[in-house]
Every structure is written in C-alpha cells, then in structure tokens.
Design a protein around this ligand. Structure first.
Ligand code: UP5
Ligand code: MG
Length: 206
C-alpha cells in the first residue's frame, strides 16, 4: 500500500451502538468510503465458492471473532479496489487519488490492530460510541425483527456483549493510551449523536 494514499478512521463501539448508522451519515457529509468489517464478512459468508463461509457463520452466531487473517484480507482487498478506482479517476484528470476510509467494527482484537498497522496503515484516530447494554439490547432486539441477521437474537447478543467487554475493550484502551480515541455518547437520538460525531470529525480534519 502507498501510505500517502490511505487515510483511515476506525469506528468502534458495542454491538448496536450505531456504528453503521453514524458511518452512513459521515459518508454523506464528508465523502468517506465506508467499510464495515461485519458487512464484508457477511458478504464473504454468502459468496458462492468461499472457503470461509461456514467458519464465518459459526463465529458470528457465537459472537466470536473470525480469525484475523480472514477479516484483514477482506479489508485489504476492499481498500485496494477503492484505491484502484481512485487511481483511474486521477488518470481521467479528477480527484487526488487518495482513499479516505471509515473502517467500522474493526479492530476488535489486539492482534488485528497490529496486523492492520503493519499491512495497511496506522489509523488517524478512533471514533468510539458508548451507551449502556440495556440500550444496546433493545436496539438489537428491535432490529432483529426485520434484519435477518443470525446474531440478532438474545442468546447471540449476550455472547457479543461478552466478547466486546473481554476482547474488544482492550483495543479501545490501547488506542486511548495513544490519545487516539474520540468518545461519543451514543444514547440519544440518531441526529443528536450525529451532531457530536460530525463536529468531532470536522475538528480532527481541520
Ligand atoms: N440505532 C442506531 N443508532 C440509534 C440511536 N441513536 N437511537 C436509536 N436507535 C438507533 O444500529 C443498530 C440498530 O440501532 C439499528 O436498528 C439502528 O437503526 C438503531 P447500527 O448502526 O446497525 O449499529 P452497529 O453499531 O453498526 O451495530 P452492529 O450490530 O452492526 O454491531 P456489531 O459490532 O455487533 O456487528 P458487526 O457487523 O460489526 O459484527 C458482527 C460480527 O462479525 C461480530 O460479532 C463478529 O462475530 C464478526 N466480526 C469479526 O469476527 N471480526 C471483525 O473484525 C468484525 C466483525
Ligand atoms: Mg454495524
């Protein structure tokens, strides 16, 4: 990877904190490319001929972390594809060829953070959405009525919470030590949360 061409913001927070929702709004305002690690894994799970389908399905249902090489590989490919598009654009005479990415729901285990740093780039900063487990549970159960996601049921949700606390919070703590974390209260309405998100991002970019 050409490090000058990639700019990455990590978006973290518990299951249902609103990472995907806030990223969609950031895309509209700032023109970032949004890469959800969970979405990439679900797409790979359903891709015909994937050797990882069953492995991904089992881990997601159990709220466990899919082996890091798989997820980093998917992210690398997605970033490379986007950069290729940008390069073509610059050849046509527009854009600066840079890719600005929101990497959503990743890294959620310490080894992933190190692998990504080495193989792709260091993130500029981390957005971290926080609210209570009660709020998260309500949101996910509500979404589960229509999402079709195999992990939006009470049993899987509890397991996702456990993994988040035990495995993913240490990643957030690590980035806090490096002064990279912008913590945002994700309890209020989507628009209220976005007011803070947007202001925080604008400040960091300026
Ligand atoms: N909603 C959102 N914001 C709201 C607000 N402010 N007020 C009221 N409602 C709000 O939102 C969730 C729901 O809440 C939606 O219905 C939304 O309308 C509503 P969403 O924006 O989807 O939240 P998000 O944080 O993105 O929740 P998600 O369920 O996607 O988070 P997870 O982190 O659990 O899921 P993800 O897809 O990232 O990962 C799924 C699984 O993949 C993991 O459990 C793991 O098994 C696997 N995985 C890996 O193994 N490795 C990885 O690197 C990543 C994932
Ligand atoms: Mg999501």
């Amino acid at each position: 990877f050409d490090h000058d061409k990639v700019f990455v913001i990590f978006v973290l927070g518990g299951p249902g904190a609103g990472k995907g929702t806030q990223c969609a709004k950031l895309v509209q305002e700032f023109g970032f490319s949004h890469l959800s690690a969970g979405d990439l894994l679900r797409a790979e799970q359903n891709r015909e001929g994937s050797q990882y389908g069953e492995l991904i399905r089992q881990n997601i249902r159990e709220g466990k972390i899919v082996p890091s090489e798989v997820t980093v590989g998917l992210l690398r490919n997605a970033i490379a594809a986007e950069l290729e598009k940008r390069k073509e654009n610059t050849e046509q005479g527009w854009g600066d060829g840079k890719g600005r990415f929101l990497v959503d729901g990743f890294p959620r285990q310490m080894d992933q953070a190190h692998i990504f740093d080495e193989q792709v780039c260091e993130s500029k900063f981390v957005l971290f959405f926080v609210t209570s487990e009660e709020v998260l549970l309500q949101r996910l159960l509500e979404r589960g009525k229509t999402s079709g996601r195999e992990d939006d049921n009470e049993e899987s949700i509890k397991k996702r919470f456990k993994t988040f606390v035990e495995t993913s919070m240490p990643v957030v703590e690590y980035y806090k030590k490096h002064d990279k974390v912008i913590e945002i209260d994700a309890t209020k309405s989507i628009d209220d949360v976005y007011t803070h998100t947007s202001a925080a991002v604008r400040e960091r970019l300026s």
